[in-house]
Design a protein around this ligand. Structure first.
Ligand code: B12
Length: 305
């Protein structure tokens, strides 16, 4: 029998990175819940993009001039000139465990205790994961920065797009082919929308992942055929309508209604909400009807070629 070749950064950098992320999720004690020892996050989705992908420059228009390109955040961090085509972006999606999602499905006004713990301690794990990926790359002799863990990352309140920041994890994930946006603004991936996202910019060359979706709202059933608006009645703040997501209403309710009511009781510094991310057809997958359409398109294409 042929011996299995060990995956290394040299022979398969994409698999190597994917493996390092999956291993950390599986083994890190920080992915264990303080409440009951369960895990915050299931197996991840991982994608890659070139630092020179034209979308990063388009984000200057779509989001605002304040949104960093990979080249800018790399330059700010390392003070050196690189070519954008020598940079790669690694993005991952952390799907919330089933019991966390289930607990939030039952809620109608406030997030469940488990959801709030996941928002607080699950994101603390995500912060560690970003640092871990940077360390793995540095050990192999590459430079890397996690934009969200960087002192250069800042929240921005833009007159045009409202709440935003200098690095949007979902927009990075979109370039890496991991999903698309929904009516609620939520990012919908093959593992659904009850997720958190992270990313790292590095000078390790990586093969960009395929961009599988036809446009930036393709995985949302509302934009697919207008048959779904399930996230709207889930929102206890009334922040989601056919016009989209009112970030001010969402933020006001999360921070000023849920926060004071639940932070102390749950023992967290931040609660999140996420009712719009659970008990909806995109909670843990791309809605089935859209999956079928993608299969049909792939089938038709393979018969034409
Ligand atoms: C500020 C912020 C908020 C604000 C504003 C959210 C927002 N829509 O931007 C408030 C306080 C309201 C908020 C709420 C929540 N948040 Co929040 N938040 C952030 C933060 C820190 C920055 C977001 C940012 O920079 N946005 C940039 C703006 C421009 O994004 P946008 O307005 O959504 O973008 C729209 C346009 O760009 C548009 N668009 C128009 N034309 C085009 C063309 C193209 C090609 C593309 C790609 C897009 C595009 O598409 C988007 C959707 O409409 C991120 C962490 C991070 N650094 O990314 C987390 C983040 C977005 N939040 C997250 C979560 C989980 C939540 C909550 C569910 C709370 C919770 N944890 O329980 C809620 C609800 C989220 C929702 N429905 O969007 C997750 C997202 C998970 C997901 N499935 O989408 C993130 C990514 C955190 C993380 N690390 O995972 N959040």
């Amino acid at each position: 029998m042929k011996a299995k070749k060990k995956i290394s950064l040299t022979n398969n950098p994409e698999k190597f990175i994917e493996g390092a992320i999956a291993k950390f999720i599986k083994e890190s004690p920080a992915n264990r819940r303080k409440l009951d020892g369960g895990k915050y996050w299931d197996k991840p989705l991982v994608g890659f993009a070139s630092g020179s992908d034209p979308l990063f420059k388009q984000y200057k228009k779509i989001i605002g001039k304040f949104h960093h390109t990979p080249l800018e955040i790399f330059g700010l961090t390392f003070g050196q000139k690189e070519k954008s085509q020598n940079l790669s972006v690694i993005s991952w999606v952390l799907p919330a465990s089933e019991d966390i999602r289930k607990s939030n499905r039952k809620e109608t006004k406030y997030p469940s205790r488990l959801w709030a713990h996941t928002r607080d301690f699950g994101e603390q794990f995500n912060v560690k994961l970003r640092d871990h990926v940077v360390e793995v790359l540095q050990k192999e002799g590459y430079q890397a920065v996690a934009p969200m863990n960087s002192p250069y990352w800042k929240r921005v309140r833009s007159p045009r797009v409202g709440f935003a920041s200098s690095w949007s994890e979902r927009h990075a994930a979109y370039v890496c082919g991991l999903g698309t946006f929904g009516l609620s603004d939520g990012f919908i991936t093959p593992k659904g929308k009850a997720i958190r996202v992270g990313s790292v910019v590095t000078n390790l060359p990586l093969k960009p992942s395929a961009k599988k979706y036809p446009h930036h709202q393709a995985n949302c059933l509302y934009f697919f055929n207008r048959t779904c608006k399930s996230c709207a009645p889930r929102c206890p703040a009334g922040a989601i309508t056919a016009k989209g997501h009112d970030k001010d209403q969402c933020s006001e309710y999360s921070y000023n209604t849920i926060g004071p009511a639940k932070r102390a009781e749950y023992g967290v510094k931040i609660t999140g909400c996420g009712l719009c991310q659970t008990r909806v057809p995109c909670e843990s997958e791309i809605p089935k009807l859209i999956q079928k359409a993608y299969k049909r398109i792939a089938h038709d294409r393979s018969h034409k070629e």
